[in-house]
Ligand binder design. Structure first.
Ligand code: GLA
Length: 727
């Protein structure tokens, strides 16, 4: 429910569980006065706002009436918690929106004009956004003090769970064009300096390490300028009160429905409050907004919990599954076999059909031919951009027919945003690449360039090539890869004054092509990918319901990648395969992959009978329980590998009748007391657990736990425990 009380001047945005309250002060500035567990609407905010009056020596000089005045109701304009800070004024905190007026002024100061309440959430026009759900929205319409530039602030609350969505729209009602220099999605001012920050740092093959650190005086930035959300930092961040742990205390998760450069900034100010801004990165950003035009920022998603980090996580999971993912998530989920790690570029028709035959023995239901099937692609130095089958290398019709004759679906790999310099496309269109103004030297990563997806002709070309292929071959699945970052971001298509728009326009181009392919081929499941998990974000998930999480499938490292990814993203979105890594046995690797999408990626001709049996055993578990428990169930993080020798996760079906639990150790461990307490079961029901085959009540399993003492555990051994309700 969203209400405005004219007397108290308080907007109360609540779902009965949390409240977000905004006070409209007499200067027309929106002050964030409360964000937390639901409380009765505040009728008198004077005590709450008292802090704003301290040590205030700031006045405004009215140059027309030649008088100095203080803000009438005690508003302290450099430290009050605000919804929209000003820029180029006394408030030196980072403003979420900065515009440069036609006269060259940077001053940006939005004041309240009016508001509208909607019983829904509004979609964005060009960007991925919340698709559906039980939302209410308030739109604040604010006007820049000195010009006719308007800022629309949207705050939506999910009435079913503790999720808030924020975004802005800038509208130029001036006669002249203006420049937007910063277009972030939110400001969130928290009233203390006692927070820790959790963020997900990494690199290729080692994505999303969970880093927890105190926010201390000064500025902490988590950002990407890689042209994609990046391996280096994920857009997921969590701010928690110091004493908060997995189950207790206040935690606020933030994420952004966007796949490009982003910037999260937490500023612990001199006044010991925490000023957060979050949205698109303003590095090299400069957007020309013509008279009459609007600019929408991506939507930021806030997950609030007063019951620890687990609740932040569960809110995000439910939000992604029910409010963000497309209908594609309802397509059949089949066990894939991916060719990449088995044969890389080195295959012919026979290699592939042999793989299909051997893959069938371990339950493969979808065969995916990865990189190497097109153009002159026998190594990574050629072919990208030429999306035609390399008929000298393979007979793709024969391969697909072979698959279909065995009842196996067929999938293919694309890297639509990329081009090798050794390709027909580059020879005919060298201007299609992102480059620099003189076009003399271009960064070349993996022998490839980034296509200029800000250019509609480029998108049209790639679209036509993909369409010709997809119309000729019967394809059930696409792996959509993106194997390099953006370095030079100069577009030949645009004039000099538009070059600050390119980073963002390239992302808009990515969304345009992806949405076109999604819409035209509703029955093709698409999995996102970017050198493993370099674009694991909500913008991509809007289109592709799963994303390849990492090029590292060695379970020792993957254990943490999957666990940490699942803090912000549901297990069903985490692309995970069993590979040939020698660190541990196939069963262990399969159990780990089961807590993701599950699939295979190795040379299947080399599997022993024993290995085939253990993979088939887990494939059976997949068929029985994956959908109801892993894809749709509730996830609990039982033991945190970032903090202990063990990793344990448990997922419980919605009706609580079945649960799967994985626990995996890092170092050899035996001869010790070890009880694994479960979560989320029905207290009074009886459950059989597959670990010791005893039947216990939910209450017993949640309070005493499964007795795993004295079990020998080798490095990276793991156990899968199936817990089933006994009626
Ligand atoms: C990326 C992907 C891999 C594979 C290769 C192919 O690295 O993450 O899974 O598809 O590209 O070149």
């Amino acid at each position: 429910m969203i209400e405005y009380n004219e007397k108290s001047r308080v907007f109360n945005i609540t779902n009965g569980s949390i409240s977000y309250m905004i006070y409209l002060n007499s200067e027309g500035i929106l002050e964030t006065i409360y964000f937390g567990k639901a409380i009765a609407p505040l009728t008198d905010v004077s005590a709450l706002r008292k802090s704003n009056e301290w040590h205030d020596s700031s006045f405004t000089y009215d140059n027309v009436n030649k008088t100095e005045y203080k803000y009438s109701d005690g508003f302290k304009n450099n430290s009050a918690p605000l919804e929209i800070g000003s820029h180029g004024k006394y408030d030196k905190r980072h403003a979420p929106i900065v515009i440069k007026q036609a006269n060259g002024s940077y001053e940006t100061d939005f004041r309240y004009d009016s508001f509208v309440i909607y019983k829904c959430i509004k979609p964005l026009t060009e960007l991925p956004h919340v698709r559906k759900g039980n939302f209410e929205t308030i739109e604040f319409i604010c006007k820049e003090k000195e010009s006719n530039v308007y800022l629309h602030l949207y705050i939506s609350i999910d009435l079913d769970k503790d999720i808030i969505i924020k975004s802005f729209k800038i509208e130029n009602k001036e006669k002249n064009n203006i420049k937007i220099l910063r277009a972030e999605s939110l400001q969130l001012d928290l009233p203390s300096d006692k927070y820790d920050l959790i963020h997900f740092h990494g690199r290729w093959q080692n994505e999303r390490n969970c880093v927890e650190e105190p926010l201390i005086d000064g500025i902490k930035e988590i950002s990407s300028n890689y042209g994609r959300s990046s391996h280096e930092e994920n857009p997921l961040v969590i701010i928690k009160e110091k004493e908060t742990n997995n189950e207790y205390g206040v935690a606020i998760g933030l994420n952004l429905i966007y796949s490009g450069n982003f910037k999260f900034r937490a500023h612990v100010t001199s006044y010991k409050q925490t000023h957060i801004t979050y949205g698109m990165n303003d590095e090299d950003f400069e957007w020309e907004l013509k008279s009459g035009e609007c600019f929408e920022t991506p939507q930021a998603v806030i997950s609030y919990s007063y019951n620890g980090i687990e609740k932040v996580s569960q809110n995000f999971h439910s939000f992604i599954l029910y409010n963000l993912l497309s209908e594609k998530n309802k397509l059949p989920k089949r066990i894939p076999f991916n060719s990449w790690e088995g044969c890389f570029f080195d295959f012919d028709t026979k290699t592939v059909t042999d793989y299909i035959d051997d893959g069938a023995k371990i339950g493969t239901e979808l065969f995916v031919l990865d990189d190497g099937w097109f153009g002159k692609r026998n190594l990574d130095n050629a072919g990208l951009g030429d999306w035609v089958v390399n008929k000298e290398k393979i007979d793709l019709h024969k391969i697909i027919n072979h698959c279909k004759s065995k009842g196996i679906a067929f999938g293919i790999w694309f890297e639509p945003e990329m081009i090798n310099y050794d390709s027909d496309l580059y020879r005919s269109h060298p201007e299609f690449v992102l480059s620099n103004a003189d076009n003399k030297t271009i960064s070349c990563i993996r022998h490839q360039f980034h296509l200029d997806f800000s250019n509609a002709d480029v998108i049209e070309n790639i679209y036509n090539q993909m369409k010709a292929f997809l119309d000729e071959y019967e394809i059930d699945y696409i792996k959509w890869d993106c194997n390099r970052i953006i370095c030079e971001h100069y577009s030949n298509k645009y004039p000099s004054e538009k070059q600050g728009e390119i980073y963002h326009r390239v992302i808009l181009g990515y969304y345009k092509l992806l949405s076109r392919i999604c819409d035209e081929y509703p029955n093709i499941l698409i999995e996102g990918c970017a050198s493993g998990g370099g674009r694991f974000d909500l913008g991509t998930l809007f289109y592709t319901p799963q994303i390849w999480a990492s090029d590292e499938s060695d379970p020792a490292v993957r254990m943490e990648i999957n666990y940490n990814t699942s803090i912000g993203y549901p297990l069903s979105t985490i692309g995970a395969h069993v590979n040939a890594s020698p660190i541990t046995n196939y069963k262990t690797k399969a159990i780990l992959a089961l807590f993701g999408t599950y699939g295979y990626e190795m040379n299947p001709n080399k599997l022993t009978k024993e290995e085939i049996d253990s993979l088939s055993e887990i494939a059976d578990v997949y068929h029985k329980y994956h959908k109801s428990v892993i894809e749709e169930g509730t996830l609990y993080h039982l033991l945190d590998p970032n903090k202990s020798n063990w990793m344990a996760m448990q997922s419980v079906s919605i009706d609580k009748s079945v649960s799967l639990c994985v626990c995996m150790n890092r170092k050899k461990e035996w001869d010790r007391y070890r009880f694994l307490k479960l979560k989320g079961l029905k207290k009074d029901s009886k459950y059989l657990n597959s670990y010791d085959n005893t039947i216990q009540t939910g209450e017993y399993l949640m309070n005493i736990g499964i007795n795993m003492s004295n079990e020998w555990c080798n490095e990276f051994d793991c156990r899968l425990i199936i817990i089933t309700e006994q009626k």
